[in-house]
Design a protein around this ligand. Structure first.
Ligand code: GDP
Ligand code: MG
Length: 598
């Protein structure tokens, strides 16, 4: 049987435990690429990902491995993103596999995302091969970590492989374990085509390209495929595999992993988790587990220069081609003019898009503070979803407001338990449970409002625990809370882009801190500017930005001309990210100030 020589696997790990480095070693060892070709960490192909040391976009590579038993195997390594924002994509790539390498740092032990990923792997019935990485480090404690894997995850770690992806220890042993311990894919070439989309990308010549894992059937040039969630149909013009570049093959069969192309114009038609079938010989049922990507965090994006609106629109269109989870629609702000309301999977996703707009498209943009989606029950007995605080109905029309809540898992050395509890208290958390992983490490479970996580939660967690805490969370639903909208008035006018929704108990302190912060961030202008925080018609805080005394250049009178020019340049530089709002110039930082309040 042809598929007996196939193994489909993933690598799961907490960030920085060595997933990408290990993937590189496997690619190198199997000679899939020459060392010269092998750029550092080929699987993390975007510059941004490399800089941040995270994997955002999944990819797949076919490795050809001649095992010790003399047989040649086709190993498909399916990469998973390493951040909590992308957990649905992780679950879909794991669904494409029969096994997973569980990489745990020998010095750090199990972290929150190790656990979250293991659960996803277990849900998908994967064979898990524990790999204890970084054993070259002097601080490595492989025996302790082995014990942790047994105690916390409850899987047998006696055959865990001790490895160093950096130095190259244990690589052959890992490849042998993949062949021997991970089962080959089951499936039948003669059954109707049933394949899972676990990723996609956009190619300017070939269109949107779904990456698929076939469970049953085959696909080749000329097959008429149908996307089972949308019913859209396409004729296949090319099928291929990743080596890691795209390599055309004649067909893909049950058990295999590869890509298909068929003049699919829109990546929105290649949804992760969807099932692709053959329309002329269709599967009765799609694969289970499909769901549509939901945006968790929204913000406004506005060009600094009004004339850049069309360029921003083009840029978003282009980014969306490669990223079906990016949502955007037109939005108008009284303060900022024409722009876009954008939806993201999480904060990291948001930051990545912002950075790409600036770096890849050279745009200068103003981003408003991120907001979650509130559910508002109106007095007219309607339910409206609000992703922009400025659009909250007036107080008199609101019966109640519900906010999204998450279940958070925080793993931390036990000496920080008190600190974490304090932080969660401040963040309106509800304690659920606590587990000792070992005598010195603890898992804490909390219910927390998503909006509190969006604010500086993660930074706080890291700084209060010297970087030792790790976090994972999942959305569990909506809960009613006592929330109000806080508006900011500059020069007696509400700046809609600075409005935010906050818990009543925190409104005063946040309002006070925000006006203080704004006073320090907004440069002095020719006249005095009052900065006020208001709830409804009530002013809760006020500061004044005093008028500028003299022209900056006055200092330079009589000075040399080059110094003067430098100053002017500097002023211009500073202006780049300033937005004229009415008669006041507001810097980008001011719009994000609300995030850095506590
Ligand atoms: P990922 O976030 O799981 O993909 O982790 P990376 O592969 O990017 O590795 C994170 C960091 O750990 C990098 O600086 C690697 O060079 C380092 N690293 C990875 N494997 C090893 C190892 O076996 N030993 C040591 N000492 N460092 C390693
Ligand atoms: Mg990585």
């Amino acid at each position: 049987n042809a598929s007996s020589k196939i193994r489909n696997f993933s690598i799961i790990a907490h960030i920085d435990h060595g997933k990408s480095t290990l993937a590189d070693r496997l690619i190198e060892y199997t000679g899939t690429m020459s060392t010269r070709e092998l750029k550092e960490q080929v699987l993390d192909s975007m510059d941004l990902e490399r800089e941040r040391g995270i994997t955002i976009k999944l990819q797949a590579v076919r490795l050809r491995y001649k095992a010790k038993n003399g047989e040649v195997y086709e190993l498909n390594l399916i990469d998973t993103p390493g951040h909590v924002d992308f957990s649905y994509e992780v679950s879909r790539s794991l669904a494409a596999c029969e096994g997973a390498l569980l990489v745990v740092d020998a010095a750090q032990g199990i972290e929150a995302q190790t656990l979250a990923n293991v659960y996803l792997a277990l849900e998908n019935d994967l064979e898990i091969i524990p790999v204890i990485n970084k054993i070259d480090l002097p601080s490595a404690e492989p025996d302790r970590v082995k014990q942790e894997i047994e105690d916390v995850i409850g899987i047998d770690a006696s055959e865990a492989i001790l490895a160093s992806a950096k130095v190259g220890i244990g690589v052959e042993e890992i490849l042998e374990a993949i062949v021997q311990r991970i089962p080959p894919p089951k499936g039948d070439d003669e059954e109707p085509l049933k394949s899972l989309i676990f990723d996609s990308k956009f190619d300017s010549y070939k269109g949107a390209i779904p990456y698929i894992r076939l469970f049953d059937g085959k696909v080749s040039k000329g097959t008429n495929i149908r996307m089972m969630s949308t019913g859209k149909m396409f004729e296949i013009t090319e099928v291929g595999v990743f080596t890691p570049g795209m390599t055309i093959v004649d067909e893909l069969r049950a058990g295999q992993v590869g890509y298909i192309a068929g003049s699919i114009k829109n990546v929105g038609d290649t949804r992760v988790g969807d099932t692709v079938t053959d329309n002329d010989h269709a599967a009765a049922e799609p694969l289970s587990g499909y769901r549509k990507a939901v945006s968790m965090v929204f913000c406004g994006l506005y060009p600094v220069e009004t004339s850049d609106f069309d360029r921003l629109k083009d840029a978003l269109e282009k980014l969306q081609l490669n990223d079906a989870s990016l949502m955007y629609e037109n939005e108008t702000s009284a303060a900022l003019g024409f722009g876009f309301r954008c939806g993201f999977l999480g904060l990291l996703h948001m930051e990545i898009i912002q950075e790409r707009l600036e770096r890849e498209f050279g745009l200068s943009i103003i981003t408003t503070a991120p907001s979650v989606v509130y559910k508002v029950n109106t007095t007219a007995k309607e339910q409206v979803f609000i992703d922009n605080p400025a659009l909250l109905p007036p107080e008199g029309k609101i019966e109640s407001i519900e906010e999204p809540v998450v279940k958070a898992t925080i793993m931390v050395p036990s000496e920080y338990v008190g600190t974490i509890m304090e932080l969660n208290q401040e963040k309106r958390g509800t304690f659920l449970n606590m587990d000792y992983i070992t005598a010195s490490r603890v898992s804490l479970y909390y219910e927390l409002p998503l909006s509190e996580i969006v604010y500086d939660y993660f930074d706080q967690l890291k700084s209060r625990t010297k970087g030792y805490a790790s976090l994972d969370y999942e959305l569990i639903g909506y809960k009613e809370a006592d929330l109000v909208k806080l508006d900011i008035m500059l020069n007696a006018e509400i700046v809609d882009a600075l409005s935010f929704i906050v818990h009543k108990d925190k409104a005063y302190s946040r309002g006070r801190k925000l006006v203080e912060k704004l006073r320090s961030l907004i440069p002095r202008q020719m006249f005095e500017i009052p900065v006020q925080a208001v709830i409804g018609a009530k002013v809760i805080a006020r500061e004044n930005i005093r008028a500028m005394r003299k022209d900056v250049l006055a200092k330079c009178y009589g000075g040399d001309i080059s110094r003067k020019r430098k100053l002017l340049e500097k002023q211009k530089e500073g202006k780049k990210r300033m937005k004229q709002v009415g008669s006041v110039e507001i810097p980008q930082d001011a719009f994000m100030a609300v995030l850095k309040m506590d």
